[in-house]
Design a protein around this ligand. Sequence first.
Ligand SMILES: Nc1ncnc2c1ncn2[C@@H]1O[C@H](COP(=O)(O)OP(=O)(O)OP(=O)(O)O)[C@@H](O)[C@H]1O
Length: 822
Amino acid sequence: QDGQGLHKKSYGYQSDVARLRKIVINSLYSHRDVFLRELISNSNDALEKLRITSLKEGFPVENPLNITIKAVPNETGRGGRLVITDYGMGMSAEDLATNLGTLAKSGTSDFLNEAETDSSAAGNLIGQFGVGFYSAFLVSDRVYVASIPVQSKQNPNPVQNVFSSSSNDAEFEVYPDPRGNTLGRGTEITLVLKDDALEYLATDRLRELVAKHSSFATSYPIYLQVVKTEVVPDEEAQAAQAAESASTIHTPASPPESTQKTTDEDEEDGIVEDVVEDIEAQKEPEEPPVPMKNVTVQEWVHLNDQPPLWQRDPKNVTKDEYDLFYRATYKESNDPLGVHHFKGDAGSISFKAMLFIPSDLEKEFWQSAKALSGGIKLMVKRVFITSDFGENGLPKWISWLRAIVDADDLPLNVSRETLQSTKFLAQVKQVIINRAISLLARISQEDPEQYAKILDTFGPAFKLGAVESQKDRFKLMSLIHWDTNLRNGTTLDEIVASKKKGQTQIFFLAGAGIAKETLAKSVFIEKLHARGYEVILAHDALDEILIANLRQWKGLQFQDVSKKGLVFGDEENSAEEEKAELEAFNEKFKPLIEYIKVQALDLVKDVTISNRLVESACAIVADQWGYSANMEKLMQAQTNPAAEKRGQNHMHSWARKQKALEINPRSPLIEGLLEKVLELEDAGEDKDEGLEREVKEVVSILIDGALVRSGFDVEDSNGFFTRIDRVLRRSLGVSESATTDTTVKPAPPVDESGSQVDKDEMARQLASELDRDAQLHEFSQAPPQFEDQIVFPGSSQPEPNDDVFNINLDGEDVKGAPHDEL
Ligand SMILES: Nc1ncnc2c1ncn2[C@@H]1O[C@H](COP(=O)(O)OP(=O)(O)OP(=O)(O)O)[C@@H](O)[C@H]1O
């Protein structure tokens, strides 16, 4: 209880609030104008909340639903206060302590950490995070918040309380307002301005701030109290004059000052002088002038009296106004990347709408499978109704869009359930999606630079849309840009338009996450590129899935150039010639093909002469139904114990083998290898064992190299590099048997004090492994065509080509190889 008999309750600020207040006060000085925007925005929220609660609970809300701002200079002439009042929801004593003394925002700690370590970040983050109420301390030595909650069944006799805190205090106080209930309802914030913040007492400054930051922040009226000097009749002087004239003889009055002035001016040119004098002579004697005096009057000026932006004619709205609106409404620091303002219809209900393409994609977008919510704000007759469209919310791919929809023909107390049952929301959603796609298409045509920025941020989301939404897929394809070996950022239509004569396929090479420059150098593109064909470099994660969904575009089938089935379309012209050439090559390279097959058949289905290679010696080409290297990686990332249980991993290993090793008959390396193989064949029993080992080694490196070049993983990468190591030794003339000094410091002895091995745990692990093996063996219902190709790990069945597969450099079983070899 203080000296005035008030029951003041003291509270300590929650530690995050204390941190935030410190950051706000210390580092946002140059941004301190934001305080008014933040307080107005809170007032708007409180009015909004009141209106929605009154609709829900069915109590009437008396006017006024508005926000007022009043500057009160101190009578001493130094300093003053700024008072911001709203007739919104108000707060109880507990609300004051909780809402203003604690932070309930997600991401607060991240913001605080960032802002504390980098003061420049604080300024940038204001826009995104909003420092809210605490910005009041930027301009105030002390802040009083008087508030009274709305009357309700639970609180039939609400009391007006005050929250009070100085900018230095670590504590704040809450107590009943000694003035009693002066507000009736709502919240009054009194800022005792700092000495260096007295500029905010000037009404022009306040007008400027509201116009700059808050003219779109609320649809409730904002009134500013303005003090004006007016000239009014001085009644006292008038009465005195009347008394005086009653007691004196009437004398003609001198002419009014203005007439006198005209006469004086006219005298100079001497033309109208006589006329004026004549008129004066004819006049009746004048009444004495009414005595006037200056008085100060207070007046409330409506600051945001313009209709909301979306209600205005788009022709009369400037880009600056849209940008300002967007930044104020969504608390963004950057301008939107695109705006569309239109009139639409959903069934029989017409509405006005504005769409914004944000400057950024929220972090959560790709982190969650869920769509972002709240993108569409539905208003009825300028009043906010809901941003919860439920199942009619925007689909994931475009849930980042910001839209405001204002329908005039709906009742204000319409509920979401009613809206849903009338299909209104579903129709609005589809109109918005269609309009957004048109807006994007227009920007792509009219402003390619701006569109490039949009694609940077939203390009992958458009691809998601095309995969996710069959309905919008075809429209979206014009928005999706592709990189090819010949150009960047082109559309499928443009690719089709520049197809070569006879071409019936759209060529693509998929490689999620691989740089397009690397993809462009792929062995699979060599020949196509050399011949001038265009190949899509599908380097985004969703590209291959999207292409698989599309299957064809404008009558042209998609062809993965790393798979079988590629046709240029002009084969006919040289078909005979090529056939004969192929036959000749097949004949010539038969011994080499047979030789390689022995080593390669565990990895691939076939070894063939290639028609697609120009410079490279060989490549691995997937079958039509096999995995491309890209898909293989995607599938590998997905293999998990559950899939293993269902036997899916065996399907994967089957699909992985559906590929062929193609060799380039024009490559000198292949020619050279053929010679060596023939030499071995000719020698028969007397063959040189060293040579044989060497040839096997080269073939093995060739196969693994082809896998790597073609984008696949080499299973035994250690063995691969050991073989390369050996070849390097030979080419440098280093002895193959020379060993590396492998002495290493051994680990210290076992730490006896450490945890004992849990025998039960070991037993459990062993049991579960045995169980898993048993389940794998049970998987015997493979499709007939798989049966002979599936090998169960751990089964006693001999693996095909067992002897070849396990060969290491010395022709010994890998498992038995000496340590230093591995
Ligand atoms: N004028 C007001 N009327 C009623 N409640 C208010 C008012 N001003 C603030 N509050 C309450 O205090 C809380 C804290 O306000 P603060 O401005 O710090 O954060 P916020 O408004 O929740 O977030 P942000 O400002 O980032 O939108 C609000 O959530 C609200 O409950």
